[in-house]
Design a protein. Sequence first.
Length: 147
Amino acid sequence: MNQVVLMGRLTRDPELRHTQSGTPVATFSLAVDRGYTPKDGGERQTDFIDIVAWRNTAEFVCKYFTKGQMAAVTGRLQIRDWTDKDGNKRRSAEVVADNIYFTESKKSREGGASYASADKADYAGYQMPVTGSDFAELEDDDGDLPF
């Protein structure tokens, strides 16, 4: 099974092009932090992963995503062999995106808040207010539930 799930920030605005037959294709890169920090106390490592999106997904990412925005991508890993301008054989790995998802609120994107301040302002310590009127006691007893 070849399935990739990534979450990170776009390193540049997506670039939309079209094939000779008119099929839309978009390319961009995600900066994805590794889930651990080195034991020696060094900085967390980041991987820069090339993403390719086709057709409607390509148009969607170019319309709604910009550099620095957090995104989640699902897709498959693809290895391409190619020849550079000097005739050397090269190999590249990229993720072909099936789906691209928003992972931050529109408010935090439009407010120009940085990643750290958006997390703290929007989510840290937030508790849903609960009042007695938010819940109601059920009067009718349906007996055994069907699940």
